[in-house]
Design a protein around this ligand. Structure first.
Ligand code: SF4
Length: 291
């Protein structure tokens, strides 16, 4: 059992590192991106909005709005209307391209909600949950938290994450996802109910990729999160202490790779610019990158 707080040498609680799963994942993907996203102030200027992000956000908002409707109003046409009215048109090459993407997104949402039971009231929609361990405190927002009958006849919470990218997903994506595991831990603690199952709902392929965690696998993810957070905390401290430009690159090295093409800060990152060709804001529509 993890202690609620870690006591310092003087017996006083030591400060916990506050983070989100996204912050930890950003550190893992690229420390320079982490620095520019979370530490540099003012933050470097980002590139223009991405069309595929607009599509993803529009779908997420429509599904959240659908669940917030009274049960009798949770119909397929209602979902279409929410998608239409909430469509985010940033990042598209033209109105015609935006309209085509909107039609495709509306189709995805319609097919998805047609398979749902409006009476399956979720335990939460876009619900923020948080928890802490000996070393960190973390919070994050869950797309949907289901309240389902478990195999033993009781009730259990299930973490549901919507995905709209074109990249095919697998069970391994659900199993290895640090954010999903942390959401499960936090949901279980906040609602004081069992929460071990995590699911990726991939709307373009109408597939669900699920993983059933055990207390041991959740604990492993927590330990990993604590280790990553310790690296972040040490790097944050060195940043606060003051770093030369060379020191910044030593503590926050770039991690150039194929993903740089989709990085918001590619234009101000020489290594990332050299690693990939420039992408246009709508290039992620065909095919979509991972979201
Ligand atoms: S462009 Fe690539 S290397 Fe540069 S900050 Fe972004 S992800 Fe990191």
């Amino acid at each position: 059992m993890r202690r609620e707080e870690q006591l310092g040498l003087d017996g006083m609680p030591s400060r916990l590192y506050a983070c989100t799963p996204t912050r930890l994942s950003t550190w893992l993907s690229c420390p320079r991106l982490y620095r520019m996203s979370y530490l540099d102030r003012p933050a470097p200027r980002k590139g223009p909005p991405w069309a595929h992000n607009s599509l993803g956000a529009s779908v997420h908002n429509a599904l959240a709005g659908w669940w917030r409707l009274p049960q009798a109003q949770r119909t397929v046409p209602a979902a279409s209307g929410l998608l239409e009215r909430g469509w985010i048109s940033e990042g598209f090459a033209s109105d015609a391209q935006s309209a085509g993407a909107r039609d495709r997104a509306r189709g995805m949402v319609e097919e998805y909600v047609a398979a749902l039971d409006p009476a399956d009231e979720p335990a939460g929609v876009e619900r923020t949950v948080g928890a802490r361990t000996d070393r960190i405190t973390f919070s994050g927002r869950i797309d949907r938290l289901d309240d389902r009958r478990s195999a033993n006849g009781g009730r259990e919470l299930v973490v549901v994450d919507y995905k709209t990218g074109r990249r095919p997903l697998s069970t391994d994506d659900a199993r290895s996802s640090l954010p999903l595991a942390l959401y499960a831990v936090a949901a279980g603690r906040v609602l004081r109910r069992p929460c071990h199952r995590v699911e990726l709902h991939h709307l373009p392929t109408e597939t669900v990729h699920a993983w059933e965690h055990t207390p041991a696998t959740l604990d492993r993810h927590l330990g990993r999160a604590e280790d990553i957070a310790a690296e972040c905390a040490a790097a944050d401290q060195r940043y606060r202490d003051g770093l030369t430009p060379a020191g910044q690159d030593e503590v926050f090295p770039p991690s150039p790779g194929p993903g740089c093409g989709w990085c918001d800060f590619r234009a101000v990152c020489p290594e990332g610019s050299a690693a990939t060709p420039a992408r246009r804001p709508w290039d992620g529509l065909e095919p979509f990158p991972a979201d």
